[in-house]
Design a protein around this ligand. Sequence first.
Ligand SMILES: Cc1cc2nc3c(=O)[nH]c(=O)nc-3n(C[C@H](O)[C@H](O)[C@H](O)COP(=O)(O)OP(=O)(O)OC[C@H]3O[C@@H](n4cnc5c(N)ncnc54)[C@H](O)[C@@H]3O)c2cc1C
Length: 282
Amino acid sequence: MVDGLIAKSLNEALEALDNKEYQIVAGGTDMLIQNRSHSGMNIDYKKDVLYINLIDELDFIKVDEKNLYIGANTRLETILESKLVPQILRDVVIEMASPGIRHTATLAGNIGNASPAGDSLVVLYLLDCELEIKSLTKTRKVLLKDFITGVRKIALNKNELITKLIIPKINLTDCYFHKVGPRLSDAISKLSFACGYSVENSIIKDLRVAFGAVYVTVVRSREVEGKFIGQSVNDLKANLDDIINAYEPLIKPIDDQRSNRVYRKNVAINLLREFIENIKED
Ligand SMILES: Cc1cc2nc3c(=O)[nH]c(=O)nc-3n(C[C@H](O)[C@H](O)[C@H](O)COP(=O)(O)OP(=O)(O)OC[C@H]3O[C@@H](n4cnc5c(N)ncnc54)[C@H](O)[C@@H]3O)c2cc1C
């Protein structure tokens, strides 16, 4: 028989984690599915459970001159309604699950779940999201790309909690997110794609591309992006095959119940091609 603790403050949660190993549960929308019992009646948690979704101090959206800060407990529906949140992140959230799930689910939960098909991850990688992680005695920051280490693998110690997402403010000429799923809502992605650029005097000043569900973690390569930053828009388009060839070996999807590797790879490359073809000169 497992125990449950409903933490009412961050300190209470961190003290609990310092004393004992818990399964952290925020909105519970992934945890309830992963721990469902065969009877469908009781949730079959394997470890004691620490519910954190009533910790109000982790429920906020704030900005300063450099960053946007989203508390770990902020519900997807709150993020969707906030004008402080960049449009591309709201565009992802509106495509995640359904209103009922968005009423309780969190971005920290999407990150903690570390699924290659986690929709928000693609855009959070694109935006260089950082996480604040706390234990009772220590606060640290880590880039999301370094935090997710594999399928359902995260670099979180047993005594730690994600407390906030830190998203740098950036100025892109254009950016967008594209989810490829079996239907428009309540669908898990077959693959996803996020991209953005900025152009000054017809020169590419920033170029970002991220692919979801085509590898064990989100694919974003600063190295590849760097090769094309500094080119003119015309050169980039004229040498479209160069950028496609640079990404091609990084896109290594699998066959599963939602799609197959050939479809995923072709669509990912087509989305990249479409993005580059539609970059506008300023
Ligand atoms: C019907 C349905 C549809 C869905 N559709 C989508 C979809 O379209 N796209 C998509 O990406 N996902 C989808 N999901 C998955 C899920 O809703 C999301 O991943 C959601 O963001 C999880 O958030 P949560 O707060 O409910 O996480 P939880 O289930 O509470 O937790 C998930 C994981 O994160 C960890 N965690 C949570 N908060 C913290 C924290 N503060 N610190 C450390 N670890 C933490 C937990 O320990 C757990 O391992 C769907 C789920 C369902 C049931």
